[in-house]
Design a protein around this ligand. Structure first.
Ligand code: SF4
Length: 424
């Protein structure tokens, strides 16, 4: 079953393999850590076990001491044994929560492995609670490890928002929707950039507030800001919105191509586009130059984690001169990543899925200069003398756009610099 399956075109000039087996990845619950910071009046209630509560607490770290907007309703033995009506318990917990926290305007019931295994119907619960707690909206999605890997939790959350978005009239002027949770500072930069191009009506999904979610309709053109939004894109298409194909806004090149996709659709002239983007591009180039010296010629290995691997590999190879040993990704959406695949160096080895032991063997045999992987693999590989970059940081740090291009490169340079310092 794990014999590599070498794909034929249309996957560009890459060598695409698929493998299955043991995996070392997060479940989709992790997305709550960055999503709750983005939607400032939303609360995420995981319906799960103590394991789920521990996962969220360790991923969120010190944030659990601030007034958190996430929690776990723990399914205990009485629920599992069928002695208690889990729905009644859930209603009680949610009602108490909303009474205590009037600041909450949107509540997500987040499914987990245990809630799925006992077949707790959270979508019915969300409907029931929505009408009871009106005007608080209650939605549900699954972040379980059975159904979702890491960033797919964000995809499931945004996809749950889409049917609820206001409807834009068909006669409305075309609008641009940027899809994917971005740091506020990055969002503001993009807004300024679009406005300099004369694209005034730009919306973001998710919005920062529950009552400010964007209206969508047949005139909506959307740009994905993240590569892992398969279900969200499908839900948007069902409501008439159309995707603008583009690489992702990582690095100077990715950002320019991403912005250009919008500029072409909205009829922005070349001169205006140039004037709007040239200063940012120049700043990004300046910020990247010193990192090129450190990363040029370095051999990089990506373990699958977030689906950001392909755009990151493209950035490292083309803008910083790194050599790609292997680019692992948990899932490769051929359509959304078509522009990225085209930009990868010919013959790049891309692996979709994971067979952990086989991949560890390949990594050890290659002894790359830098390995991008999850927290579970990082320390063991460091102990074997390999430099690693924790991939989770790439989700918690603002990395998109011109102004962040240098910071993004710095994230990869830091482990190399640290090792060099320790070795002196
Ligand atoms: S949802 Fe599943 S994989 Fe995630 S923490 Fe809970 S039990 Fe573990």
């Amino acid at each position: 079953m794990n014999a590599p399956l070498v794909h034929q075109p249309p996957c560009g000039g890459i060598e695409l393999r698929q493998e299955q087996g043991q995996r070392a990845v997060f479940c989709g619950l992790t997305g709550i850590v960055w999503l709750h910071r983005k939607i400032q009046d939303a609360f995420f209630l995981v319906v799960g076990s103590r394991t789920c509560a521990h996962l969220i607490q360790s991923a969120a770290g010190v944030m659990i001491f601030a007034e958190p907007r996430f929690a776990t309703a723990i399914i205990d033995e009485r629920d599992l044994a069928g002695l208690a009506d889990a729905n009644e318990e859930l209603d009680r917990v949610v009602t108490r929560l909303i009474e205590r926290r009037p600041d909450i305007k949107l509540l997500f019931l987040v499914g987990s492995c245990p809630s799925e295994v006992i077949k707790l119907d959270l979508s019915r619960a969300a409907q029931r609670l929505s009408s009871r707690l009106n005007p608080v909206r209650v939605l549900n999605y699954s972040g379980s490890g059975i159904e979702t890997t890491f960033t797919q939790g964000e995809d499931a959350c945004l996809a749950a928002l889409v049917p609820d978005l206001p409807r834009e009239a068909d006669a409305a002027a075309p609008s641009l929707l940027v899809v994917g949770a971005l740091a506020d500072v990055v969002e503001d930069q993009f807004l300024r950039m679009f406005s300099a191009m004369g694209i005034a009506d730009v919306r973001f999904l998710p919005a920062r507030r529950a009552n400010a979610m964007p209206a969508i309709g047949r005139k909506t053109r959307y740009l994905l800001a993240q590569p892992f939004l398969t279900d969200t894109a499908r839900a948007l298409e069902e409501r008439g919105a159309r995707r603008l194909p583009a690489p992702f806004p990582l690095g100077a090149e990715g950002t320019t191509s991403w912005l250009r996709a919008a500029a072409e659709t909205f009829g922005v002239s070349d001169a205006t586009f140039e004037a709007a983007t040239a200063p940012g591009r120049a700043r990004a180039e300046t910020a990247l130059a010193p990192h090129r010296e450190r990363l040029g010629g370095k051999r990089v290995f990506f373990f699958p984690d977030s689906q950001l691997e392909v755009p990151l590999a493209r950035f490292l190879a083309r803008e910083l001169g790194a050599d790609l040993v292997e680019v692992g990704t948990p899932y490769l959406h051929r359509g959304h990543l078509a522009a990225e695949i085209e930009l990868l160096p010919a013959g790049t080895r891309v692996t979709e899925g994971q067979s952990l032991d086989d991949q560890m063997d390949r990594c050890r045999a290659e002894r790359p200069d830098l390995t991008v992987c999850g927290l579970g693999l990082a320390n063991p590989l460091e102990a074997e003398g390999l430099s690693t970059k924790w991939s989770i940081e790439l989700l918690f740090t603002p990395v998109q756009g011109y102004e962040q291009a240098g910071d993004l490169a710095e994230l990869f340079v830091r482990p190399l610099r640290r090792r060099a310092l320790l070795e002196v």
